[in-house]
Design a protein around this ligand. Structure first.
Ligand code: PHE
Length: 456
């Protein structure tokens, strides 16, 4: 049986609209900024392989579960979890899953917005033509100047937060469709243009080998790959759940998930293929860290035909990709405020935006005045900056933990008649989903966790 509930926030007008919005949420900085730099830091090949396995075996089944829970509950993740726990006669405390997701959302957006601010500032940087003919050192020092200036970072972070809050306050459905329908395919085209440039550097195969030849990986690398599978698919914190809550009943969750996961993975792999050849051609280090794309892509834009135009367009589209993700990160909190506090969307978005903005200051400063202030969390990590701490805490801990609980709830605690009715897939698809969700995903998450904290 499917649920008959209706969302008070409305519904996506078409099935396509949901797919676009969820793809907009999934494809973002995670694919173009984060995937290449963590692949570089973790040595390439094996990391990419583990990441792909995690997408297929953990991410896909959990995404289906998250959409399904959202569509049954039809409310913000917190209220969805409390309603579904009641429906299924389970402990009321499942509502904590919704709370944990909401906290993760605040933490993620606070730094996401700062990085999106870098992309935003690079629109103007690139348009000014400074990268024309620039050397690798020149490009790196331009990036260094940006991040060492708290005032500039703060300004861009503020602008991006305002952009995000404004869209969310008008309801995620208005405006998002146009944005995603045209901008996402254009981003793909530009990415392909950079890949084409990368092929002319003479180091393309070196990049390919780096990404696809298995080598060494640490336990922490495995955890990072798994965490990134959650991050890049927007899983484990309610973003996809809340989008699922606006999903019309007849849509096939399995097909939508397949499309979203494939599109997301394709963009990430293309970003890697665009970036690593440039890294090797210019004697840069793959493990440069969070600045990697900002130190590599401008070199390409400075050398290719019409590079200023292509580069400017690229950073505009990257900003859009980040924007459509950011919107989904705060939607759970905004929906909850509207449902529980009786406030309107404008007020709710303004509050959520403000809290996130303040938290974001920590990330702004961690690249300059706080760059030597570090934090440690026993068993997990030592001496990380504020930014690294937030990033690892969310991607490597909170999202996989959220995903684990989603898998347990949807796989074990929900009656099969509920999930089967909601997924409405052909028999074997349902069975495979069930096996992955009940056994493979939770066991894999637990093992990776325990190994990373060196308990096993
Ligand atoms: N998936 C987004 C990206 O790859 C980030 C995100 C994380 C969005 C968590 C929503 C929830 O950039």
């Amino acid at each position: 049986m499917t649920s008959e509930r209706k969302s008070i926030h409305g519904q996506w007008s078409t099935r396509m609209m949901f797919i676009l919005a969820a793809t907009g949420s999934a494809v973002g900085l995670g694919n173009i900024w984060k995937f290449p730099y963590i692949t570089g830091e973790n040595g390439g090949g094996t990391f990419v392989l583990v990441y792909l396995l995690c997408i297929a075996l953990i991410g896909v089944p959990i995404m289906m579960a998250e959409i399904m829970l959202g569509r049954r509950g039809r409310q913000s993740p917190i209220n969805t979890m409390s309603t579904l726990a009641e429906d299924e006669k389970r402990n009321k405390r499942w509502v904590w899953l919704g709370w944990m997701g909401m906290v993760a959302g605040f933490l993620i957006l606070s730094y996401y917005s700062v990085i999106a601010g870098w992309a935003l500032s690079y629109i103007f940087r690139t348009a000014s033509g400074v990268f024309i003919g620039a050397t690798a050192e020149g490009v790196s020092s331009i990036f260094g100047d940006l991040v060492s200036d708290p005032e500039r970072l703060l300004a861009w972070h503020t602008i991006f937060m305002v952009m995000t809050t404004v869209v969310v306050s008008r309801g995620v459905k208005n405006g998002l469709e146009v944005a995603i329908r045209f901008l996402m395919p254009s981003l793909l085209v530009l990415l392909l243009m950079v890949v084409a440039y990368a092929m002319t550097t003479g180091h393309f195969m070196e990049g390919v080998r780096f990404m696809f030849t298995p080598g060494e990986i640490t336990q922490e690398g495995v955890l990072t790959a798994m965490g990134h599978a959650f991050f890049t698919l927007s899983l484990g914190m309610g973003a996809i759940m809340v989008y699922g809550s606006y999903l019309p009943r007849q849509t096939s969750i399995a097909k939508a998930t397949a499309f979203i996961a494939l599109a997301d993975t394709a963009v990430a792999l293309l970003a890697g293929l665009a970036i690593f050849p440039i890294v090797f051609a210019n004697g840069l280090m793959p493990g440069e860290g969070p600045g990697l794309i900002f130190k590599t892509l401008p070199i390409a834009f400075g050398q290719m035909e019409a590079g200023t135009l292509v580069g400017t367009a690229f950073f505009i589209l990257l900003t859009f990709a980040a924007w459509t993700s950011a919107i989904s990160i705060i939607e759970p909190a905004v929906a909850w405020l509207v449902e529980n506090k009786g406030v309107n969307r404008i007020y709710a978005s303004a509050w959520v935006g403000l809290v996130t903005w303040v938290l974001g200051l920590g990330t702004v400063f961690s690249f300059n005045i706080w760059s030597d202030k570090t934090w440690s969390i026993p068993y997990l990590f030592d001496d990380y900056t504020f930014f690294d701490t937030l990033d690892k805490l969310t991607s490597n801990v909170l999202l996989p933990l959220g995903g684990l609980f989603i898998a347990i709830f949807a796989g074990w605690l929900m009656r099969e008649s509920s999930s089967r009715g909601e997924l409405d897939s052909v028999g074997w698809v349902f069975r495979i989903w069930q096996i992955l969700l009940r056994f493979v995903a939770p066991i894999a998450v637990i093992i990776v966790f325990l190994k990373a904290v060196k308990i096993i």
